[in-house]
Design a protein around this ligand. Structure first.
Ligand SMILES: Nc1ncnc2c1ncn2[C@@H]1O[C@H](COP(=O)(O)OP(=O)(O)OP(=O)(O)O)[C@@H](O)[C@H]1O
Ligand SMILES: [Mg+2]
Length: 319
C-alpha cells in the first residue's frame, strides 16, 4: 500500500456528439493522499462527474492514466472497484426496497454473508441516525434521508477510498451541515474521501485540499490557505450600474485610483480588485457620481475561494 490514494496524469475525456466535441475533462493531473478529505470544486459542467466516473471505472478515459488505490482504472478496474465506495450524484437506490434491504443487497453483492450484511447494515443505519427508518422504502424518504442511505451503502464494504459526487446538492442547510459532521468524523477516523461539489462554502469548511476545476481543466490545487495566499488576499468589489455597459465609461479612471490593483468591465458591472476595499469603495462612488452613473448594487467579496476563482478565470463563479 502506498500513501497515494488517487494519482492521475493528463486524464482526458472527450465526448463527440451530433452537437459537437466536448472536452469534459481536458488533461487532469492530480494526486490525493491517503487520509485526505479532498475536494473537487467547480461550477456546473466543469467536469466533476466525468472525473468521478473515470476514477470509479464507470467512464472509460479517452487518454491519460489514473490509478486508484494503486490499481489502474483501465488495466485493473476490478481491483479499483474492490477498494472504493461510491455515492453518485443522483439517487440510484432501489426505490421499491427499504433502506435495510438496499444495504443488505449491496453487502451480499460485495461478498458478505447474509448475517454479516445485516449486522453491517444496521450498524451503518445507526451511525447515520437512520435506525428508525430501516424498514421504510426509499420512495417514502426525504432527499436527505436517501442521501444518508446512499452513503451507508457506499460504506458497506469498508472502502479504502470513498467517492462522493455532490453529496449535499439539494439538501437543506441543516441536513447539509449534518452530513459535513459525518464526513469530518469519518475523516478523523482515517477514511480517505474524494468529494465533488459546486458549493464554495462546502469546500472551504470541509476539505484538506481543494482542486478548482473549470471547463475540464485544473486551475489550482492546494489547501484553502495556500489558495487564498496565491491571490494576494484581494477583495473584489462588483458595482452594478442602472444602465448596461456604463462601467466602460469610467474604467480607465478607476484603474488609476490609489489601492486598485485591477479593474474590468463586464456588461453593466464594474469589477475592481483591491487590497484596501474601504478607501477604494468611497473613491469609486465619487468617480461614478462625477460621471453621472446611477449605482444599482454593490457586492463585496472578501478574500475567499470565490475571489480565487475570479482571479483564475476572470468570471464570477455563479455566472
Ligand atoms: N455522456 C455525455 N455525452 C456528451 N457530453 C457529456 C456527457 N457527459 C457529460 N458531458 C459534457 O461534459 C461536460 C462536463 O460534464 P460533467 O457532468 O462532468 O460536469 P459536472 O462538473 O459534473 O457538472 P454538474 O455540476 O452540473 O454536475 C459538460 O459540458 C457536459 O455537457
Ligand atoms: Mg456532476
Amino acid at each position: 500500500m502506498t500513501d497515494v490514494a488517487v494519482d492521475t496524469s493528463e486524464l482526458r475525456k472527450t465526448y463527440v456528439t451530433s452537437s459537437g466535441v466536448t472536452e469534459a475533462v481536458a488533461g487532469l493531473t492530480l494526486r490525493v493522499g491517503r487520509g485526505e478529505l479532498f475536494g473537487l470544486l467547480g461550477p456546473n459542467g466543469a467536469g466533476k462527474t466525468t472525473t468521478m466516473g473515470m476514477l470509479t471505472t464507470r467512464i472509460a478515459p479517452t487518454s491519460g492514466t489514473a490509478a486508484v488505490a494503486g490499481a489502474d482504472v483501465v488495466g485493473d478496474p476490478i481491483a479499483v472497484r474492490r477498494s472504493i465506495g461510491v455515492v453518485p450524484q443522483y439517487n440510484n437506490l432501489d426505490r421499491q426496497l427499504t433502506a435495510l434491504e438496499n444495504l443488505e443487497f449491496s453487502g451480499r453483492y460485495a461478498g458478505l454473508t447474509a448475517k454479516a450484511a445485516r449486522r453491517r447494515a444496521l450498524e451503518l443505519l445507526e451511525l447515520f441516525s437512520m435506525e428508525s427508518r430501516a424498514g421504510a422504502k426509499i420512495n417514502e424518504m426525504s432527499g436527505g434521508q436517501a442521501q444518508r442511505v446512499m452513503l451507508a451503502r457506499a460504506l458497506m464494504r469498508r472502502p479504502d477510498i470513498l467517492f462522493l459526487d455532490e453529496p449535499t446538492s439539494g439538501l437543506d442547510p441543516q441536513t447539509r451541515v449534518n452530513l459535513w459532521d459525518i464526513l469530518r468524523r469519518m475523516r478523523a477516523d482515517g477514511q480517505t474521501i474524494v468529494l465533488s461539489t459546486h458549493y464554495m462554502e462546502e469546500a472551504e469548511s470541509l476539505c484538506d485540499r481543494i482542486a478548482i476545476v473549470d471547463h475540464g481543466t485544473l486551475l489550482a490545487c492546494d489547501t484553502l490557505d495556500a489558495l487564498k495566499a496565491s491571490t494576494d488576499l484581494e477583495t473584489v468589489l462588483t458595482l452594478t450600474y442602472e444602465t448596461d455597459a456604463d462601467a466602460e465609461k469610467i474604467i480607465a479612471q478607476v484603474k488609476e485610483l490609489a489601492g486598485v490593483t485591477n479593474a474590468e468591465a463586464s456588461g453593466e458591472n464594474l469589477r475592481v480588485f483591491t487590497l484596501t476595499p474601504d478607501g477604494v469603495l468611497a473613491a469609486l462612488v465619487r468617480v461614478g457620481q462625477d460621471a453621472g452613473l446611477a449605482l444599482a448594487d454593490v457586492r463585496i467579496v472578501r478574500p475567499s475561494l470565490e475571489t480565487v476563482f475570479l482571479n483564475l478565470t476572470g468570471r464570477e463563479y455563479r455566472e
